[in-house]
Write a new protein. Structure first.
Length: 251
């Protein structure tokens, strides 16, 4: 079964995207700089000053939608697409009602009922959510001023095929934000399709090397950033990761 269709991951991602700092991390000594990742993927990576009026944005692998809503602070139309029906149903409900109740796991079967809330100052009617495969997007999507793919590339079967379609999706001067901890796993991506994380001709090939090779003909690499993030499994177990953001501008 697709893990992103399970109750467990729906709850974990609602907390990851919408949890208040104290709801996620009850420990004063914890890695607070890793909180609010879905917000920071937009606030720290998208150059909002250079966006045109009526900008269009696309959030690929949007999960339960927080970055899609954050993009709507700066863009008048934002489409969130994800392969998980459950995630898209939840994101669409949040777009409709602004809130969504869920259970946070604390310990074993002990849970706390929380409510995910889209910030009130975000125009939710600028957003729409749809089920889709980022590797086979519908041809009627049009083109975008910003495309965000947060923690997506290492979950794809064919990341190179995905990257090859990006030039057609992004307007000249538009921004591409890719973030990923580069956790390559054969259960998602066959080894021969990894973009990096292996030796080639006795030299280490990083995923950033692979991204440069795939994208440089059509994009300039503007900068890279290290973005920590924290996913809570329960009150005493967390995944602390450091994604690399690479921020590109369409030639
Ligand atoms: C690691 S999660 C990241 C979610 C979100 N962007 C974030 O940063 O929290 C990967 C997401 O990609 C989605 N996904 C996996 N394969 C996909 C595909 N082929 N097309 C669209 N979404 C996909 C999953 O359902 C999941 O929501």
């Amino acid at each position: 079964m697709n893990p992103y269709e399970t109750d467990k991951l729906v709850s974990e991602y609602l907390l990851f995207h919408y949890g208040e700092p104290r709801e996620v991390l009850p420990w004063d000594f914890g890695p607070a700089s890793a909180l609010n990742y879905a917000v920071r993927c937009v606030s720290e990576c998208v150059e909002v000053a250079s966006l045109p009026q009526n900008a269009r944005a696309l959030d690929l692998g949007c999960a339960v939608g927080r970055s899609t809503f954050e993009l709507a602070r700066h863009c008048t139309e934002v489409i969130g697409i994800d392969y998980s029906h459950r995630f898209i149903d939840v994101a669409a409900a949040l777009a409709g009602h602004g809130t969504f109740p869920y259970e946070r796991t604390d310990e074993g079967a002990l849970t706390t009922r929380l409510i995910a809330k889209v910030p009130a100052d975000i125009a939710r009617d600028r957003t729409s959510f749809e089920h889709g495969d980022a590797q086979r997007l519908r041809e009627t999507l049009g083109s975008f001023d910003v495309v965000l793919a947060a923690n997506l590339i290492d979950r794809l079967n064919d990341p190179s095929g995905f990257l090859a379609h990006l030039p057609a999706l992004i307007k000249s001067g538009g921004q591409l934000v890719l973030t990923s901890p580069y956790t390559w796993l054969e259960e998602f991506t066959p080894r021969e399709n990894w973009l990096g994380g292996f030796s080639a001709d006795c030299l280490p090939r990083t995923t950033l090397d692979g991204l440069r090779a795939a994208l440089s003909a059509h994009f300039d690499l503007m900068q890279t950033k290290d973005l920590p993030f924290l996913i809570r499994e329960h009150a005493r177990k967390f995944q602390w990761s450091v994604a690399q953001a690479s921020i590109w501008r369409r030639k």
